[in-house]
Design a protein around this ligand. Structure first.
Ligand code: LLP
Length: 454
């Protein structure tokens, strides 16, 4: 016997159309290949109407969930842990602020990123500054702020020492080490191999010599060791090998120099799936694989430095969708080109690294067609997605390019005199503008030229 109240609730559920998805739900649905659903399409159309295209859309819940997943995987296994966010992946202040609220430190590569971190609320000492080529002004500012300088060469060490002396301060230093490990990622982002420009090589005892020299400098506070073997790493092996080598150095420094480091930073680089069904290591996989190696290494060294990690992409990559609009569709003897209103000026990754981004045609499910999604930059190489079978798009359709939250806007340019796109953050059913769309006036800022052809 069904109670009348329940019966009417069931009837209402059957008769009433399902509530339309919130903006957040629409972003999640598009990732699950449901961008063709009318409700999902309506959400994207709403965003495009309100904010225009091309538009970077970030999902607040996704960023938060990624930060929490990493903390949950590593926290219980590594009681001495500090996680930093590598700002370069996405330098929008609101995004950085969200990760700061999650308790992450800041890893930066320039004084511009230091200033951004300070603006967001970080204090100088909470920042780690890594760059293989720091200018004198950058060294000056970092020392004055009490920021950790990740020193990349003996030449730089000398400059840091001289500047610390001039300021009458101790410079907080760690060395970036090149461990000579190949994590098998894209060549351009493979940073820890011997041929790379980064770091002091473990090979030939160069790293050890740097510590030996710095340990004798009263202006230098030696705090840690750092390495970063690459980006978009999808298997744990490279990290394991690196951890072993770096912990070997930690032990050697303790034994030969009686030097104890406050931290050992194993870098960023944790990969994300870019393809439907792609299997990548989870934070749990990585933490589980690393734990025994870490335990063994610190036991051998006789003390435990704090483990530092500094991912960027992992937090923000999957949180970002680039929404673009189709200008025209063109059939050539060989291909069907879908020409959209964004190119490598907006999303550089496909042109620069042949990176793969999933593409969804909004509101379409029929007529699967083999197409290339072509950008609006006047260069042959400006293809955002090659040889994809998609529901046939037509002029005016919206297309969502997924996993564009990392190294998307932060690598965008005004090439071809196209203003920078807008960025919005979705929280539930609300979208907040994080950065207004660039204007044509921006294109000649600092030049003295005036708008209007006068
Ligand atoms: N730490 C250092 C010292 C780095 O050089 C990088 C990235 C990171 C941390 C953060 O790496 P992530 O966790 O995001 O992989 N533009 C390329 C990626 C370049 C990465 C540069 N360094 C791309 O779009 O794939």
């Amino acid at each position: 016997m069904i109670r009348p109240a329940l019966l009417s609730a069931l009837l209402a559920a059957a008769l009433l159309p399902a509530a339309p998805p919130t903006l957040h739900e629409a972003l999640v649905a598009a990732r699950a290949d449901r961008a063709g659903d009318p409700g999902v399409a309506a959400a994207f159309q709403r965003l495009a109407r309100a904010h225009g295209t091309p538009l970077y859309i970030y999902d607040r819940a996704h960023i938060q969930a990624q930060a929490r997943a990493l903390k949950a995987a590593f926290g219980p296994r590594f009681p001495k842990l500090r996680i930093l966010y590598a700002l370069k992946a996405n330098t929008n202040p609101t995004v950085i602020g969200l990760l700061r609220e999650e308790g992450l430190g800041a890893e930066v590569v320039s004084v511009g990123e230091i200033e951004t971190a300070l603006r967001v609320g970080y204090k100088g000492p909470e920042i780690m500054f890594t760059s293989s080529s720091k200018g004198p002004g950058e060294i000056r500012r970092a020392i004055a702020l009490g920021t950790v300088l990740n020193v990349d060469s003996l030449d730089e060490l000398g400059q840091v020492q001289a500047e610390a002396k001039r300021q009458g301060r101790k410079a907080r230093v760690s060395f970036r080490i090149n461990p000579g490990v190949d994590p098998h990622t894209i060549h351009q982002i493979n940073t820890g191999i011997s041929e790379s420009k980064f770091g002091l090589h473990l090979e030939g005892g160069l790293a050890f010599k740097a510590y030996e020299r710095a340990a004798a400098m009263p202006e230098i506070a030696l705090e840690g060791a750092h390495c970063h073997i690459g980006s978009q790493i999808t298997e744990a092996e490279g990290y394991i090998l690196t951890a072993k080598k770096m912990l070997g150095l930690v032990k050697e420094l303790k034994e030969r120099l009686n030097l104890k480091l406050a931290f050992l930073d194993l870098g960023g680089g944790i990969g994300i799936p870019y393809r439907d069904g792609q299997q990548v290591m989870s934070p749990e996989d990585l933490a589980t694989a690393l734990q025994p190696v870490w335990k063994e290494g610190v036991a051998a060294a006789g003390y435990e430095p704090t483990l530092w990690l500094e991912p960027g992409r992992f937090f923000v990559g999957g949180a970002g969708t680039l929404l673009v609009r189709v200008n025209t569709v063109k059939q050539t003897p060989l291909k069907t080109f879908v020409n959209v209103d964004a190119g490598f000026n907006t999303l550089m990754r496909p042109a620069m690294y042949q990176a793969y981004h999933r593409v969804r045609v909004v509101g379409k499910t029929q007529d699967p067609t083999l197409v290339d999604i072509a950008g609006d930059v006047c260069e042959t190489g400006d293809i955002l997605a090659e040889a994809r079978t998609l529901p046939r798009p037509v002029a005016g359709d919206l297309v969502a390019i997924l996993d564009a939250g990392a190294y998307g806007f932060s690598m965008a340019s005004e090439y071809n005199a196209r203003p920078l796109p807008a960025e919005v953050m979705v929280d539930g059913d609300r979208a907040t503008v994080l950065r207004r769309r660039g204007s044509h006036g921006d294109l000649f800022r600092n030049t003295g030229a005036k708008a209007g052809g006068k």
